[in-house]
Design a protein around this ligand. Structure first.
Ligand SMILES: *Cc1c(COP(=O)(O)O)cnc(C)c1O
Length: 376
């Protein structure tokens, strides 16, 4: 009996940490002398924060950005094996603000809150005053997203009451771009102007502006700290050009069964696929419960020896079916390993077939895959 999960798993997700590091290094060099952080929210976009963070810290990354406090704790845990002096230099910020009553958890765990509205600024200032300390934070200015951050009225109020910042060590003023991946969209330039205008009214501190795509708009978009996420993981930050980043994942699965279908016949739930001629159908143990989106049913492709086999019928919770009629039996047989995501079908292509974006494919990657981490 085997207990080796790489043999029993239906699918293997291979994460190339060397490629993640190479992507970060490329962006670091592009933004220098500005600093390059790594956005590792949502479990490092699905790749696994426990493995991605130590790899990037070893490469020199000193700022990590997450969305939620619990994720920031996971970054700190992931840093435990990293050299103590490097750990001490690392800053971790949590974009989601200051959960009420949890102020003390931030300094206790060396996590910087991102203060998103005047209520959070007041709470942080009161907390600092009660401790008799000056406490660090990042402050988010909204320049057009209308999700989080100080809106125009709040900015006016703060600019007229700079004493509201007493006791707060503003590490960065930050904002976030709405349309950075659309390089001809004037919105990015408008946000740049609004951000500059805001900075001119506020006490001098470092500033952070660009996400992955924002970095590719040029030097004047880099400020002091860039915040790339998707590009680290191989999503194309310049969709109008070929991808400058390296792919970081591949997903391979075994064919569980291959069958000849008599005609007329149907395949799968809802009898959604009708077999109209003699056909061979292969079944793979990956489904929507693994984050293989149901929208890929009848649209996606799986690759056998680099040859595309169309997904037919609906995606089930645990299974998908592909048509391998055009492939020789020697190529498509039970036990054969095929490619779902990889050189033949990078993440962005899978996303396009599923009517979504690479970010959603990555952050949906399932927990049932056997994961293999390669470090070059
Ligand atoms: C997610 C996020 C990023 C990273 O964006 P990418 O497009 O993945 O590079 C940067 N900043 C903020 C505020 C974010 O929420």
């Amino acid at each position: 009996m085997t207990t080796d999960p790489s043999l029993s798993a239906c699918a293997i997700l291979t994460v190339d940490l060397g490629a993640v590091v190479a992507n970060w290094t490329q962006l670091r060099d592009r933004v220098a002398p500005a600093e390059c952080s790594a956005v590792v929210k949502a479990d490092a976009y699905g790749l696994g924060v426990a493995r991605v963070v130590p790899a990037l810290a070893a490469a020199g990354c000193r700022t990590f950005v997450v969305a939620q406090f619990e994720e920031a704790l996971a970054v700190r845990r992931a840093l435990e094996p990293v050299a103590p002096d490097a750990q001490a230099e690392v800053q971790v910020f949590s974009l989601g603000g200051l959960p009420p009553g949890h102020e003390a958890d931030f300094p206790a765990n060396r996590i910087l809150p991102v203060l998103n509205h005047l209520g959070e600024i007041a709470a942080w200032r009161a907390f600092a005053a009660a401790r008799g300390e000056v406490l660090p934070a990042v402050i988010h200015i909204d320049t057009g997203m209308n999700r989080l951050g100080l809106g125009p009225d709040e900015l006016d109020a703060l600019a007229g009451h700079l004493e509201w910042l007493e006791g707060i060590d503003v590490r960065y003023w930050m904002t976030h771009l709405a349309c950075a991946d659309e390089f001809d969209n004037p919105m990015t330039g408008e946000q740049l102007e609004r951000f500059r205008a805001a900075l001119a009214r506020l006490p001098k501190a470092k500033a952070s502006f660009a996400n992955s795509s924002g970095i590719f708009h040029g030097k004047d978009h880099h400020f002091d700290l860039a915040r790339p996420g998707c590009a680290l993981y191989g999503v194309n930050p310049t969709p109008h050009l070929s991808n400058p980043m390296r792919d970081t994942i591949r997903l391979d699965a075994r064919l569980l069964q291959v069958r000849n279908c008599a005609v007329p016949m149907t395949v799968g739930y809802g009898a959604a696929h009708k077999v109209t001629g003699p056909a061979r159908i292969a079944t793979i143990g990956v489904g929507y419960a693994d984050g293989y989106l149901r929208a890929l049913g009848g649209r996606g492709h799986v690759f056998v020896d680099g040859v595309a086999a169309p997904i037919v019928g609906r995606i089930s919770m645990d299974l998908i079916t592909i048509d391998v009629t055009s492939l020789p039996e020697s190529a498509a047989h039970a036990g054969r390993v095929v490619e779902l995501i990889g050189p033949s079908r990078p993440v962005d292509r899978v996303a396009a077939e599923g009517g979504t974006i690479g970010y959603e494919i990555l952050t949906s990657l399932g927990r049932r895959y056997h994961r293999v981490y390669q470090s070059e």
